[in-house]
Design a protein around this ligand. Sequence first.
Ligand code: FMN
Length: 202
Amino acid sequence: MATRILLVTSSILGEHGQSNALANHLRERAAGRDELAITHRDLAVDSLPHLGLEELSSWQVAADERSAEQQVLAQRSDDLIDELQAHDVLVLAVPMYNFGIPSQLKAWFDRVMRAGTTFRYTEQGPVGLVKGKRAVILAARGGQYAGTENDTQTPHLKAMLGMIGITDVSTIYAEGLAMGDGLRNAALKEARQAIDSLVERL
Ligand SMILES: Cc1cc2nc3c(=O)[nH]c(=O)nc-3n(C[C@H](O)[C@H](O)[C@H](O)COP(=O)(O)O)c2cc1C
């Protein structure tokens, strides 16, 4: 059976986005391998609105008691969670924007992190309900932050993924992309090599 990969991109720079370029590299490497099946969700193209009270409230109403409007609102989260559950590997191609993840990606997490559906609270703390998956982060950044306290992005992503049960998380960094051609080219080359070896192992 094929390994199903959900590739989520969120760069607002389209074909100029470096995280998109890394995502494309992964897609090219995976193409032609029948055992790998990729679904691509581009959150900059199919963007989600901010999560608001009406949508949040729709989750709290039993499915058969929702109004027509609540059904539409709840379906948005239902569909994204179903999509996540239907894949084995989650690849997040993540640009750093203003020391965080793009708001488009946050809007996606706001839909897939749903109490009672993808995690539940217990007396021992939260328990993730998304089982048997691993995640890979392709982190593209203008500056260099990995391993420093200014890398607020990786811990945030790991905390959100861990909350829903995805604890096997690895990160491929391409950093210093705005720090001159030499650094950029070396960082992208190294990231592409890491992606090659990742795809070999999937
Ligand atoms: C709106 C915006 C904010 C950014 N903020 C940061 C930042 O805080 N730190 C950083 O290292 N790079 C920052 N960058 C540069 C991106 O990280 C860089 O473009 C990198 O290639 C990843 O984004 P991309 O995949 O859209 O290309 C920012 C870029 C944009 C467009």
